[in-house]
Design a protein around this ligand. Sequence first.
Ligand code: AMP
Length: 184
Amino acid sequence: MKRLIFLGPPGAGKGTQAQILSKLYQIPHISTGDILRQAVKEQTLLGQKAQSYMDRGELVPDELILDLIEERLSQPDTEKGWILDGFPRNVSQAAFLEKLLQKINLSADFVLNLEVPDEVLIERMLARGRKDDNKETISRRLEIYREQTAPVIDFYRQRKLLKVVNGDLNLESVTSLLKAVMDS
Ligand code: AMP
């Protein structure tokens, strides 16, 4: 049973690593970004509401995200554990998650922060070529990360759950570091 939260700036490799660990530990990978992109693709009501924020690199309002995560974490496959990627993105989302888990007597086991220098992040995002991976949106997402998401690191540091991992290595090396933390 592993419950894991992935922090780290956009482009740090959270999604890639979360996917690998999800297979390895047989636990679902829950990416709010993936869920939102799917909703946009299907043009659901959620997708229609979220799209303009995502295109601008802004955070989607909490009211759209919190119900979504509560719903997802109530699915039976999460009983084995989970990997959250892209959530929580601000301190109020982190506080919401903490309360939600407390209600069912749970907490995250680890919070992993993948550290990668800005110039590497920008390079990686430009190479990825997602719709929101253009120069302007990338710099807005990094700005939002610093303003709103970086404080989440301290939230978990205070709770002694935070582990910092160097994300500026090749893919296999980062996976090994993450596995070492998860198996500790
Ligand atoms: P990601 O794939 O995690 O980089 O997310 C892509 C975009 O989806 C972000 O730039 C936000 O617009 C939106 N998004 C994803 N997760 C969240 C979240 N937890 N809170 C608010 N917006 C989010």
